[in-house]
Write a protein that binds this ligand. Structure first.
Ligand SMILES: [Zn+2]
Length: 78
């Protein structure tokens, strides 16, 4: 799984929309990619804040921002 694929699966991962083998791929990716691990952690925290406030709806703007940030980091480290 690439960082781009990881990001495209991330919201589904938190929404429990992924199949078991994809969940395994996502988990395997964050184990070897520290940037995506941070993204996942940030996303989890963001979602829990949204849920606490009963405003849960994953904002496209946030996903775009995370995507831009991770692609910048990953391209630097490669
Ligand atoms: Zn990654």
């Amino acid at each position: 799984m690439t960082c781009t694929e990881f990001l495209s699966k991330l919201t589904d991962y938190f929404d429990d929309h992924l199949e078991a083998d994809l969940i395994a791929d996502v988990k395997a990716h964050v184990k070897k990619c520290s940037h995506c691990e941070v993204v996942m952690d940030t996303t989890r925290k963001t979602i829990s804040i949204y849920r606490e406030n009963e405003l849960y709806e994953f904002p496209d703007a946030l996903r775009d921002r995370l995507h831009a940030a991770i692609m910048k980091k990953c391209s630097k480290s490669n």
